[in-house]
Design a protein around this ligand. Structure first.
Ligand code: GUN
Ligand code: ZN
Length: 428
């Protein structure tokens, strides 16, 4: 067993922040070697219950749940900041050429290593991740995640049409490869497989149908795709699937909406789409830095709240401009301002934080597993140094209460705030 003493941020299962100025987090490994939270709370209450447990002190630091990124592309690490008029030219001119290189195993392995270094430097301990259409990219992703003991989900991209040579796959083989990868990697320790049609315009009906069949056969896998990000994309999808009521409804027609289905963006929706997301327990991965960078539009937080649509935050690197959850939370705050119908703040700081930790876990169907530091959950956490820069030190010292403290960290924070990222399954 091991205990950590610091200022301690946790969340209740329904998203209320819990903060102890002098807190103690007690963890112990389970039979599989995954450290779980045994006890947590105010030091004066928790410490007497664990008198024999060694304590590591982090004076002045804040321990908080590791961040969860609901949608990111590891093969797009090198195309962050690639300028384009909008989504479709960005895919054609930058994304597909960059992803073509992932047919080379050595390239995929090198980028995977850099990618996980960067996630951990930024305090991200779980990410639902696109690989490329090459099965070797999935091998590289899971091999490196396993080596680090991380809880990670990913999968082979399915794209058998409207895609250039080099990334386009073949319908039947793509489904055979997907099932083989599910059997090899899904639920191997903390790894999970995501069935990953890129988006409806780049898959044939047969490929989408096959993906839906696999999603039914392996019901605790994830489904991961994009929807309603960009107006030209929506127009294209409507032309290709004229019988669907909306772009989103294409996916439900192929059995691709259920718990653990996650769709990035979900911007150009109506309330019938939001209701369908709610009814099917499907989640939206909200990616504000990407949406602002590519000029895609503004996620409607008010609509998501009204229809009780599951959602959480994502970087969407390389459409997104940063691996840092602080940048994503700040961009979400700006976007929340845009859609505001009532006076007042946009999203509360603790709610921004929840959507990138416990709320994201809930949207991913991982409630009670990660994201809150509640007893029984996995002990993936970050140690934040609120004095990491002169301005952060000055501003956080002035904070009056938890919301002001969290807001200072969100507005001024980046990778410098993350002093340490602790993974629940330490590797030898
Ligand atoms: N839609 C289809 N593919 C992609 C992608 O790689 N990134 C983003 N942002 N949207 C997509
Ligand atoms: Zn994406």
């Amino acid at each position: 067993m091991q205990a950590y003493r610091a200022r301690l941020l946790r969340f209740s299962p329904d998203g209320q922040p819990l903060f102890d100025e002098d807190g103690l987090l007690v963890v112990a490994p389970d039979a599989a070697g995954v450290h779980k939270v045994v006890d947590a709370g105010p030091y004066r209450e928790v410490a007497p219950r664990h008198a024999q447990v060694p304590v590591r002190d982090f004076p002045g630091r804040i321990i908080a749940p590791g961040f969860i990124d609901m949608h990111i592309h590891f093969p797009q690490t090198d195309i962050i900041g690639a300028p384009a008029e909008g989504l479709l030219p960005w895919l054609e001119n930058y994304t597909f050429p960059a992803e073509t290189r992932f047919s080379e195993a050595a390239h995929a392995a090198e980028v995977a290593t850099f990618f996980f270094d960067e996630l951990q430097r930024n305090g991200v301990t779980t990410a639902l991740t696109f690989c490329t259409s090459h099965p070797g990219s999935v091998e590289a992703f899971f091999t490196e995640a396993q080596r680090r003991g991380l809880r990670m989900m990913g999968g082979k991209v399915l794209q058998d049409r409207h895609s250039p040579d080099g990334v386009r796959d073949e319908t039947e083989q793509s489904l055979i490869d997907t099932e083989a990868l599910i059997r090899k990697w899904h639920n191997q320790g903390r790894l999970g497989y995501a069935i990953t049609p890129r988006f409806a315009p780049t898959s044939t009906d047969a490929q989408l149908r096959g993906a839906g069949e696999l999603a039914a056969k392996y019901p605790d896998t994830w489904i991961h795709s994009h929807v309603a990000e960009n107006k030209d994309e929506v127009r294209w999808a409507r032309e290709l699937f004229p019988h669907a009521r909306s772009y989103l409804e294409v996916y439900t027609g192929f059995g691709l909406m259920r718990e653990r289905a996650v769709y990035a963006h979900c911007i150009h929706f109506d309330d019938a789409d939001r209701q369908l997301m709610h009814d099917t327990k499907t989640a939206a991965a909200v990616s504000p830095t990407s949406n602002l960078f590519l000029g895609s539009g503004f996620f409607d937080f008010e609509g998501a709240r009204r229809l009780d649509m599951r959602h959480g935050f994502a970087s969407d690197v390389g459409g997104g401009t940063s691996f840092s959850p602080f940048h994503t939370m700040l961009a979400a705050y700006y976007v929340g301002r845009e859609g505001q119908t009532k006076p007042g703040l946009s999203l509360a700081p603790s709610q921004l934080w929840w959507r990138h930790t416990g709320g994201a876990a809930q949207a991913l169907g991982l409630q009670g597993v990660i994201g809150t530091l509640q007893a029984g959950t996995e002990a993936d956490f970050v140690v934040l140094n609120p004095g990491a820069t002169p301005l952060l030190a000055r501003k956080t010292a002035l904070a009056d209460g938890l919301e002001e403290l969290l807001f200072a960290l969100i507005v001024l924070g980046d990778d410098r705030l993350i002093e340490r990222t602790v993974v629940a399954q330490p590797q030898a």
